[in-house]
Design a protein around this ligand. Structure first.
Ligand code: CMC
Length: 431
């Protein structure tokens, strides 16, 4: 007999609800009939208890610190896979054969350039513009420059083409926006370079200064992108799904996701962590002062890069990133005082009763900035690097949602707490 839940109101049973069980034993009470049958809705601010969909893309167990893409542990992907292969895995549901991977990779080259007219866009932004503002605008504008790609009912082939186009062009857009911000001419993508080296070359080389690729930096950035590639129904991915559920095109949906990612509680945290560490350094390096401040609710300050809605144990991504940051700095011979401050801050917080009781651990953003700094990525570009990494996840979720015939437009309810009905009063009669 399948498990069932019952809803009682004032001791009266009003509804039997089926229990949905996931592959890994996670359980959900299906309340789809609740409002229609009883008139009640559920109230769950921040969706802390709400499943918005069934998904076969990513499994995450926050208590055990497990994260798997399409069943494969991220530890294995970080060690053995490439960003392009992991993207293919997320989007198409299985590891590609050599032929599939070759086709996928060559499509990246085919789509790496951006429309020449789009380059004028960069001139319209002030040089101080945050690159996330440029990125979200550029991705949304792609729907204007590639209108043949957006159709009411896109075929599988259409979706495949947009997916690879987005994955490939996003790195060109990001590198161009950086070049614009430093007043240097754009460096075009090269067909002979893999995904990560190609990006680094567009960012850091110029006609009179070829960029020397450092293997360790390429490897660290590849790992970072793989670890950011998906994280099930987080704020930006839920945004992509919600916007896409109205049948908005993939570019528009992902542009909205980029805006959601920008916030410091989400993907903007990697920038906020480094700003916090810089501030601690400038104020003498006393980490205990900042741990105290984070505990004081009146201060409005939080330890950036700490805590997570789902992980109540170590974020498995943070473990790998911390180790990679250590390795990279050692191999490149860099002595970054911020790494030492980050480690001391982590030690102090993990020993503190406030953080222990609330199960607050370092998250993916705590050490990722140390790696990005070592590679030479400017601070304002940090959330952009998160966006490049998250692109395959957003695409995979949009595709899964659009291909599921049971998908409905996302439209939550509310409990209205405003004024009761009242009449309009003419302006000369208002007090
Ligand atoms: N510093 C101090 N206190 C914290 C922190 C923190 N970083 N995070 C949570 N808390 C406290 C919070 O004040 C609350 O305390 P109390 O129970 O006494 O009211 C308790 O811990 C639970 O916090 P919450 O805000 O209810 O948790 P949430 O699940 O709504 O928020 C979070 C998750 C990530 C937004 C939050 O932990 C946070 O603001 N962290 C700092 C920003 C950050 O690092 N974001 C990156 C997240 S990982 C990357 C990604 O987005 O995917």
């Amino acid at each position: 007999m399948p498990e069932q839940a019952s809803i009682h109101i004032d001791d009266k049973k009003v509804l039997d609800c089926p229990v949905v069980v996931g592959t890994e034993g996670d359980k959900a009470i299906d309340i789809a009939k609740l409002r229609g049958t009883t008139g009640y809705i559920t109230l769950d601010p921040g969706f802390g208890n709400t499943g918005s969909c069934k998904s076969a893309i990513t499994f995450l167990d926050g208590d055990k610190g497990i994260l798997r893409y399409r069943g494969i542990p991220i530890e294995q992907l970080a060690e053995k896979s490439t960003f392009i292969e992991t993207s293919s895995l997320l989007i198409y549901g299985k590891l590609p054969t050599q032929k599939e991977l070759d086709n996928f990779s060559s499509a990246f080259n085919e789509h790496s350039m951006i429309h020449e007219d789009m380059k004028n866009f960069f001139d319209a932004f002030p040089s101080t513009a945050h690159p996330m503002a440029i990125l979200s605008a550029m991705i949304c504008s792609m729907s204007a420059y590639y209108p043949d790609m957006i159709k009411e009912n896109p075929s599988k082939e259409d979706i495949d083409r947009i997916a690879v186009q987005l994955l490939s062009k996003v790195r060109t857009i990001c590198a161009f926006s950086y070049k614009k911000s430093i007043g240097e001419p754009f460096v075009y993508p090269r067909h002979d370079l893999m995904y990560v080296p190609n990006f680094l070359n567009m960012m850091f080389s110029s006609s009179n200064r070829p960029y020397k690729l450092v293997d360790e930096a390429v490897e660290a950035l590849k790992v970072l992108l793989i670890l950011h590639a998906d994280h099930e129904q987080n704020c930006s991915t839920s945004t992509v799904r919600l916007v896409g559920s109205s049948h908005a095109n993939l570019y528009a949906s992902i542009s909205a996701g980029i805006c959601a990612l920008w916030g410091p509680l989400h993907g903007g945290a990697n920038q906020a962590v480094i700003e916090m560490l810089e501030e601690i350094k400038a104020n003498g390096g006393d980490v205990s002062q900042y741990v105290q401040k984070a505990k004081d609710k009146q201060s409005g300050f939080r330890l950036m890069g700490f805590g997570h809605r789902v992980y109540k144990n170590f974020d498995p991504r943070a473990k790998i990133i911390k180790q990679k940051a250590d390795e990279l700095l050692r191999k490149m011979g860099i002595n970054d005082p911020l790494l030492d401050i980050a480690k001391r801050l982590e030690d102090a917080a993990l020993k503190d009763e406030y953080f222990v009781a609330r199960k607050l651990y370092p998250n993916v953003d705590f050490y990722s900035g140390i790696i990005l700094r070592a590679i030479g990525i400017p601070l304002k570009m940090f959330p952009v690097m998160f966006a490049i990494g998250r692109m395959p996840g957003w695409i995979a979720h949009w595709k899964e949602m659009i291909e599921d015939p049971t998908t409905k437009i996302g439209r939550p309810f509310q409990v209205y707490v405003g004024s009761p009905a009242r009449d309009y009063v003419a302006i000369d009669k208002r007090t």
